[in-house]
Design a protein around this ligand. Structure first.
Ligand code: KIV
Length: 269
């Protein structure tokens, strides 16, 4: 698995794969598949905590999920998302929160949803030894301000602002940049302008890598955004297994005759 400097050096070379994980067994599967970067995304809020957005996700929730992902992997590069308002409001609190995910939970880097307010913070965290992945374009923690999960950088002014912020975060020391839900020509222009790699989600084919949400990729989500291709039907598999379980118990087929294995159960528990 690559390190932070390895990922930084992957710009313009082989495509970078990044995928979310939120628990130990999933992280172990993602690592075994050879994914370059595992993101403990605050998308855990929508995907597994039952929230409507990432806004309510807390530091305790991110810390718990980050620790689980780290424990589920051997040497994966684990990036932990900083949840809404955990960074940016005060410098001391930002360092404390980012430091917690690195120092106590074992993440290798943090990801910040960025704006003008995170340039100086990125430099400060990097100077302290906390690798930062920047995130621009659609930043879902701003959903209330944006009025929805809408595509960003769609006019010249907004596109220029994203490009400028990308360059400023690179100069501040960010080792890579996630670009979410922006036009592909803007993603291509940002990728061309930066030395650090760009990792796109809904940003077209011209970034240095791609990131998606685990549940979308394996087909577990009940809804996924149009740009998130499903590579499996885990939801269908789960529904089938659950139907079979209910049928088996209701019909008496399970557990059936234990075949004299009770003693083995005793030993197991
Ligand atoms: O939280 C998340 O999963 C993310 C990715 C979609 C980039 O930020």
């Amino acid at each position: 698995m690559p390190t932070v400097p390895d990922v930084r050096a992957m710009a313009g070379s082989e495509p970078i794969t990044m995928l979310t994980a939120y628990d130990a067994p999933t992280a172990s599967l993602v690592e075994a598949a050879g994914v370059d970067v595992i993101l403990v995304g605050d998308s855990v809020g929508n995907v597994s905590l039952g929230y409507d957005s990432t806004v309510p996700v807390t530091m305790d929730e991110m810390a718990s999920r980050t620790g689980a992902v780290v424990r589920g992997t051997d040497e994966a590069l684990v990036v932990a998302d900083m949840p809404f308002l955990s960074v940016g409001a005060s410098r001391e609190k930002s360092v404390e929160n980012a430091g917690r995910l690195i120092k106590e939970e074992g993440a290798d880097a943090v990801k910040l949803e960025c704006g003008p307010h995170t340039v100086e913070l990125t430099e400060h965290l990097v100077n302290l030894g906390i690798p930062v992945q920047a995130h621009l374009g659609l930043t879902p923690q701003r959903v209330n301000q944006l009025g929805g999960h809408t595509r960003q950088g769609t006019d010249d002014e907004a596109a220029a602002e994203i490009l400028e912020l990308a360059e400023r975060h690179e100069a501040a020391g960010a080792f890579s940049l996630v670009l979410e839900h922006v036009p592909s020509n803007l993603a291509a222009a940002v990728t061309e302008a930066l030395d650090v790699p760009t990792i796109g989600i809904g940003a077209g084919p011209d970034t240095d890598g791609q990131v998606l949400v685990f549940n979308d990729v394996v087909g577990l989500s009940d809804w996924s955004p149009p740009f998130a291709e499903r590579f499996g039907d885990v939801r269908g598999e789960m529904e089938g297994a659950l139907d079979d379980y209910v049928d088996a118990v209701e019909s008496g087929d399970y557990p059936g005759d234990d075949g004299g294995h009770e003693a083995e159960y005793d030993e197991f528990y």
